[in-house]
Write a new protein. Structure first.
Length: 270
């Protein structure tokens, strides 16, 4: 089965001037994607079925299943009528850690352990982001966001997907798209890790987002290692506090004529 990231659909468009007009629109595909480690499913996400190797690696890094790309010794994508399974096989040390983690979370119903574990994961401390010396100008940020918009091939077709991009002065823009904002960022983390060999490959760059910035996006941004996050929408209050603690410069509400800096403004020359 060939995976398609978009599909055509017939539709009727209505305007006040022209009335109803029959036509076609290209839509973004989404399908269940199961992320499995060592034969057991870790998560099932609704995602755009593209760049799935990047998705599996990026999810594993950002969720702490592995600490580096080489801890995944094999990765395969299996397609069925029900959806897609990204199967990852870990190195022996990581396999033991994951098995212990699963046993720890599999307590009796009502014990509260799983809830405590989930809350702890949501509030987990982040590794401080380095690159205090890295700075950009306001013109850099506006140019980077303009480049992101121009590079969103699926976004232009469908108007229904998010994008996450890594902008660096010395490299082409690296971009991934997906119907889910978390998925797009995980795919970008995976793609960056493939280039650099591990997490933190975004150092010396700016993470560009087409979505709002929630705390999970900040947590994943810290895994990427980019010292600056620039988004088109506003962050949540918890995202701001988390970015401040992690040393991330958080920029939001980015438009063609300006933006708002919420944390660590010293990296942006205003």
């Amino acid at each position: 089965m060939t995976l398609q990231t978009t599909a055509p659909a017939t539709r009727t468009r209505w305007t006040a001037e022209g009335g109803p007009i029959a036509g076609e629109r290209i839509l973004a595909e989404e399908t269940p994607v199961a992320l499995a480690h060592d034969g057991s499913t870790t998560a099932v996400m609704m995602a755009t079925p593209g760049d799935l190797e990047d998705f599996g690696l990026g999810f594993s890094l950002s969720e702490g299943v592995v600490q580096s790309a080489d801890e995944i010794r094999d990765l395969e994508v299996e397609v069925s009528d029900l959806g897609v399974e990204v199967r990852m096989w870990l190195t022996p040390d990581r396999t033991r850690d994951l098995a212990a983690r699963r046993r720890h979370m599999a307590g009796p119903t009502g014990c509260g352990l799983c809830g405590v574990e989930s809350l702890a994961a949501a509030a987990r401390p982040l590794r401080p982001v380095p690159d205090e010396a890295f700075k950009v100008s306001s013109a850099d940020l506006l140019a980077a966001m303009a480049a992101l918009e121009g590079a969103q091939s699926m976004g232009r077709l469908t108007r229904a997907v998010h994008a996450a991009g890594l902008w660096r002065r010395t490299a082409p823009l690296l971009l991934r798209e997906d119907v889910g904002r978390h998925n797009a960022l995980d795919k970008l983390i995976g793609a960056t890790a493939r280039q650099s060999g591990g997490p933190g490959g975004g150092a010396g760059g700016v993470l560009l987002l087409t979505s709002r910035v929630s705390v999970e996006m900040v947590q994943k941004a810290a895994t990427l290692g980019a010292p600056i996050v620039c988004a088109v929408s506003a962050p949540t209050a918890l995202a701001v506090r988390t970015a401040e603690a992690a040393g991330l410069t958080l920029v939001g509400v980015t438009r063609a004529d300006g933006f708002e800096v919420f944390t660590h403004p010293g990296r942006v020359a205003l």
